[in-house]
Design a protein around this ligand. Sequence first.
Ligand code: ZN
Length: 294
Amino acid sequence: MPVLAIDIGATKFAASIITDSAEVVHHREIPSSQLWDGLSDLLLKTRQDTNEEISRIGIGSAGPVNTKTGLISPVNIPGWRNFPLIPRIQELFPSTEIAMVGDAVALAVAEHAIGAGKGSRNMLGMVISTGIGGGVIVENKPLLGDYGNAGFFGHNVVGDYDGKCNCGRKGCIEGYSSGPSMVRFANGLGWQGDDFRDLANDATSGDACAIKAIDFGVEHLAKAIVNITQLFDLHHVVVGGGVIEAGEIYWKPLENALASHSTSLNLVEPIKLLRAQLQRDAGLIGAAMVVGLE
Ligand SMILES: [Zn+2]
């Protein structure tokens, strides 16, 4: 039976119907700034797009989430602190079963099942976007932790630079390596602009500040990836999110930085760094899978 899937991101909210064969249909999205007014309208409209019975809803949300209470407090959505996401959605759709995981856990689940991580037993999935999230697959199952935030590593500290993270700490990986963080670093070097895609385009054209900002971001991201993979003995890393859409100008430096930090892991087996295959659909398909899409 199809599932209503919801992706709560810091930039946009998306909803889709996911069919039994994991196809994404009736995709809709809105800016996250619309918060609950926009989201409730989005969900009702998406539900009305299909005549089929919908008895299950899967959610992948920017973290941290609280899977025990159904409340969420995404670091990069400051308007939502302990926002009762599941209780509100349950009011809209009283007879449905609802399940929630972090957005990167949803990506990891989908990529592990039918995407770039297919065939791996253990894997790290990551979303590099406005924020940075992670999800870990252990023995073919998502690791959840006490409140559903296992693998949520964007706020691990990897340096002492004043990375001005939205969580309030300094030196978080997100403060170095998210799209907006690389843009901010480039601005400090004199680059003019406010969008990561523009930064990537300028780097491709040879702009020295833009290249340096990307190198700065991937260097710290590589440290964080190695920290996580060493902790769990993982050798498959699947990376998704808007930032990797920049292509080779981002990917090549990330591969090089990861290789330079993987010195001890390489003694056993090098990490396989893989691009997410399901693109914008990974989070939605994974969200549907966690609520029991067959
Ligand atoms: Zn932080």
